[in-house]
Design a protein around this ligand. Structure first.
Ligand code: MF3
Ligand code: CO
Ligand code: CO
Length: 281
């Protein structure tokens, strides 16, 4: 079951009344658009550098320099921590390879090899606002299973986004994701979720990637949150490594994740971190 504790992507149970959810208006919507566009541009930049032999530390360094020097922005993960006792995250992006579910720490000893799948998760702060997005990369040619997992996970994200509009409910998003993952015989990680985002990294609401239609809070135009399904090839269970960050599948089978930051509108979702390569109807 979901953990208790810190406010962050870890799913919490709380007896406190839910916090009011901030709505973005005017200039702040434009600031969110800028932050989202910049975060997306980091993923565009790094694609050419994801290749066999590259270390995840080298990828981190290139992203860090691009964010700081070219974008004049701040890499939000660097020194981020959300609960007492958790060491600050030591790098500027997360790199999660193969059976790593999320929050992988870039390191010089992790060299990418042919057949790996890697999630690169980028969060930038620009003008006080956050943009958060991740995508999967193939290192060389993936296995049939790896490609199918990565593709289905992206479809899960897109189906989740298509469930967004004012008047819909959070559970509609979770249901859209869960039903597609399970129809493909994959499983949905429960311990981590999407999150409200704006002038803080991890805010209300928690956006679960599983659920039932019509349940949960009603979406209102102006809400901004992430959708970031983690989908496993095997069982859904995960474990946290001793570094207090890296999350892996318990059965060591593959996991994939894609993430966008979205703005709720009256008719749908505006995808603030959309990349040029994406076609989104
Ligand atoms: N970017 C992650 C998310 O999608 C959070 C990473 S926290 C970090 O919410 F400290 F590991 F960077
Ligand atoms: Co996020
Ligand atoms: Co992220």
């Amino acid at each position: 079951m979901p953990h208790g504790g810190a406010l962050y992507t870890i799913v919490r149970f709380s007896r406190l009344p839910p916090m009011p959810i901030k709505l973005r208006t005017g200039e702040d919507v434009e600031r969110m658009r800028v932050a989202g566009r910049l975060a997306a541009s980091v993923l565009d930049m790094i694609g050419a550098h994801v290749a066999p032999g590259t270390t995840t530390d080298a990828i981190d360094r290139m992203c860090h320099e691009f964010i700081v020097d070219e974008l004049d922005a701040i890499p939000a993960p660097l020194n981020y921590s959300n609960s007492p006792g958790q060491p600050p995250f030591p790098k500027s992006i997360c790199t999660s390879v193969n059976h790593v579910v999320c929050h992988g720490i870039p390191t010089p000893s992790k060299r990418l090899k042919r057949g790996d799948i890697v999630n690169i998760d980028v969060t930038v702060i620009k003008d006080g606002f956050f943009g958060d997005t991740s995508k999967m990369f193939f290192v060389g040619e993936p296995s049939v299973l790896a490609r199918r997992l990565v593709d289905v996970t992206q479809e899960c994200l897109y189906r989740g986004i298509r469930a967004v509009r004012a008047g819909a409910h959070l559970g509609d998003i979770g249901h859209a994701i869960q039903s597609h993952a399970e129809a493909n015989h994959f499983s949905v990680v429960r311990e981590f979720c999407g999150h409200g985002i704006g002038d803080v990294f991890h805010d209300e609401p928690q956006v679960l990637h599983y659920g039932r239609p019509g349940t949960g809070i009603e979406l209102v135009a102006g809400m901004t949150f992430t959708i970031e399904p983690m989908i496993n090839a095997g069982r859904r269970h995960v474990k946290l490594l001793g570094d207090q960050w890296t999350v892996v599948t318990k059965d060591h089978k593959l996991s994939a994740q894609w993430e966008h930051t979205v703005l709720v509108t009256d008719t749908g979702a505006e995808v603030l971190t959309l990349r040029a390569e994406e076609y989104f109807p």
